[in-house]
Design a protein around this ligand. Structure first.
Ligand code: ADP
Length: 450
């Protein structure tokens, strides 16, 4: 096992990783920017190192600083969390070159899955169904038009290097295509420094369903069921739940096994998520995330498996602590991402938390790194905390979520708590009848105005 783990992240995920390390008895090193000196992950870690000024590019994304922090503290492994350097193959490689273990998949797998065109190609080769679209990047508008006519409008122009919903534009008709291409290319260039785009059939009412996997890097891999992340705003997940209200056990087993088999074939190591759109009973691969995801607690609640602990164990060369037959699903779980944003305009609302009270009781978990008096810095994401609830049935889970949301108090800043209090009373949500456009339609018809 590792002697000391450096956590190359901040906020709730740094705390989440720290908790797993503590339970494994592994000393931790927190890193922080000058804006995060008072952060919870810094206070709770065994050691901490300041790695630079507030902008992420000078601190949390600063590879030389992180390497120096490893060297000073003698950390022999790095957990990257999510975001920042978690899907940076070069970072994983550099750590390896310095004899430090990266708690995640091989640089090769990160690289393949980080390029969405390459990822789709790989998925197809491994027998995973993909969204119909261009075979690779589209170079000219003429070629794009030919392909779009072939797959049929509407089409979605997507950035090969995409992430966070950026570089994605819908073309509903032939007339829209050239401007969608130009905008997606420009956005991709600005966000990722790479303007390669590809085309996909734009699905009208799909759900976003993703499969959680764990692999040991030596050809053993299991799936841990699905999460339904269809409630999104601007392609960003807002509410996640598992199991999906749209899947039954046999559909789950079938897609889960297809994915687990693919992961065995490529000898995938660590935690990963294979994301699909699901429409009319069919799955279509969109991408794979080669890291722990924000919504991983949903799976932990319904399987009782600590995903971060498993990541650390397999990175250290241990076997997976379970086989597929050991994985049992029980009950239902929902996660709400509570952001420091106005619940109607979604304008960020950084500032000081004047009063803070978290809900508790049976089946309630809050993963958060904030506290009363904490000043949310303006430099990073706006996540205040994740409220995760578990119940024996979806109905019990929804009732528990409703009362937990009523208990949650965050004063001094605006948060998206009122949005969740409204959602948990919406008939479509209660019935599990929603798709990836539902939330934007709800907001557009003034669902939050009353
Ligand atoms: P990113 O990496 O930027 O998050 P994804 O490929 O994971 O991009 O897609 C994010 C979201 O965009 C999906 O969950 C879905 O809501 C929407 N989306 C992606 N591809 C399609 C498609 N072909 N048709 C309709 N919606 C899509």
């Amino acid at each position: 096992m590792f002697d000391k783990i450096l956590i190359a992240n901040r906020g709730e995920i740094a705390l989440r990783v720290l908790r797993a390390c503590k339970e494994l008895g592994i000393p931790t090193v927190a890193v922080h920017s000058t804006a995060d000196g008072d952060a919870m992950h810094v206070r709770l870690a065994d050691e901490s190192v300041c790695i630079g000024p507030p902008p992420a590019k000078d601190s949390y994304l600063n590879i030389p600083s992180l390497l120096a922090a490893c060297e000073i503290t003698g950390a022999d492994a790095v957990h990257p969390g999510y975001g920042f350097l978690s899907e940076n193959a070069r970072f994983a490689e550099i750590l390896e070159e310095h004899g430090i273990d990266f708690i995640g998949p091989s640089p090769e797998h990160i690289r393949i899955m980080g390029d969405k065109i390459e990822a789709k190609r790989t998925a197809k080769r491994l027998g995973i169904p993909v969204v119909p679209g261009s075979e690779g990047g589209v170079s000219s508008n003429d070629e794009a038009l030919r392909i779009a006519r072939d797959i049929g409008f509407p089409v979605l122009v997507k950035a090969a290097a995409g992430g966070g919903g950026r570089g994605m534009k819908v073309a509903r008709t032939e007339a829209d295509l050239s401007s969608a291409l130009a905008t997606a290319r420009a956005e991709a260039k600005a966000a990722f420094g790479d303007d390669v785009v590809y085309l996909e059939k734009y699905l009208q009412r799909p759900r976003h369903i993703e499969i959680q996997v764990l692999g040991d890097g030596r050809g053993r891999a299991v799936h841990l069921g699905e999460r339904d992340c269809s409630l999104q705003r601007r392609h960003q997940k807002v509410w996640e739940e598992g199991p999906s209200p749209a899947l039954n056990a046999s559909a789950r087993d079938a897609i889960g096994e297809t994915v687990a088999k693919a992961m065995r074939q490529i000898k995938y190591r660590g935690a990963g998520t294979v994301e699909f759109l699901y429409e009319d009973g069919a799955f279509y691969f969109i991408e794979m995330n080669t890291r722990i995801q924000v919504e991983h607690p949903v799976t932990e609640m319904i399987t009782d498996i600590d995903l971060v602990l498993e990541q650390i164990r397999v990175a250290a060369g241990s076997d997976l602590s379970m086989e597929q037959k050991d994985i049992k699903f029980h009950g239902h779980s929902i996660e709400c991402r509570v952001n420091a944003e106005n619940p109607v305009s979604f304008r960020p609302s950084p500032g000081r938390i004047a009063h803070y009270h978290t809900p508790g009781g049976l089946g309630v978990r809050v993963d958060s790194a904030v506290y009363q008096g904490y000043l949310i810095p303006p430099y990073y994401d706006s996540l205040v905390g994740k409220l995760i609830v578990h119940g024996k049935t979806r109905t019990e889970c929804l009732m528990r979520l409703r009362r937990a949301l009523d208990e949650y108090v965050v004063d001094g800043i605006e948060t998206t708590l009122p949005l969740f209090r409204a959602l948990v009373r919406e008939p479509d949500i209660l019935d599990g009848q929603y798709h990836i456009h539902w939330l934007e339609q709800f907001l557009a018809r003034g669902g939050m105005d009353s």
